[in-house]
Design a protein around this ligand. Sequence first.
Ligand code: CO8
Length: 277
Amino acid sequence: SSVVINLNPGVWCTRNFSSSEKFVDVSMNEKTGISTVTMQRLPVNSLNLELLQELSNVFDSLEKDKCKGMILTSASPTVFSAGLDILEMYKPKPDRLKDFWSTLQDTWIKLFGSSYATVAAINGHSPAGGCLLALSCEYRIMVGPKYTIGLNETQLGIVAPKWFQYSMENVIPKRQAELALTMGRMFSTEEAYKVGLVDEVATDKNDALVKAEKFLSGMSKVPTMARTLAKLSSRQEALEWLKNNKEQDLKQFLGFVNLPAVQKGLDIYLESLKKKK
Ligand code: CO8
């Protein structure tokens, strides 16, 4: 069920796609048809099962409603998303771990393969799964100068799966992607801009949102069907790979996460996050 509340009649409306959604806010500019999807699982938008389920539902609704364009951003003032919730992977419950990974796969397939145009307004740090969400969009605008972005998995003793890697190779040259992936490199806003990991730098969140709207309004001038088919054709190989290999990818993830060495690595990493304080 969907409830439409007019905040500013005629221009903006906030949609709750289901009454249970609390980690994601969706607002639509009725004039432009652009939806802003804001992750709000504070403090760091770590992607647990529930946040992923909500994102997945929202992406379905946007597809169904023939959304004109989507901006993905965060309600946190300093973090876009801290990536996958490590607590889902550390000492995991077997059934929940399966659901968690399958939901991540589905969320990626929906976002990476959306027919509507997508922009990430990266208003804070964006490691690992946060970087994956941003990479899955068609355009990235990142607030600078003090934030970082990258696929840092190897730093945690884990490996970004093939489709994470593909998402990065879709954006920056393969050689740069390989170096970044092996080192688990986190790029500053400026470094990310230089290598092409982000397309524009913004001074603050508002600036990022304005730039995102501008990009999407340019996109909307291209005939929709042609634009969508061009995007999906360019992304087809990666999408097909995951769609055809979901089970194998899940099996590999479960096997890897449950390795004692990986569990130990996650334990140490969680401790280091706590000690930081
Ligand atoms: N998962 C769970 N909890 C987290 C995570 C996370 N990813 N990130 C932060 N937290 C927790 C912290 O432990 C802390 O908890 P508490 O308040 O209980 O001590 C709280 O969130 C706030 O964190 P910080 O104090 O660190 O917040 P800051 O604003 O100072 O820093 C950062 C924000 C920069 C995002 C920082 O928290 C950080 O670097 N987090 C870790 C990010 C990270 O490395 N994520 C990797 C996740 S793995 C992934 O996404 C892909 C896995 C691919 C699959 C692999 C196959 C096996």
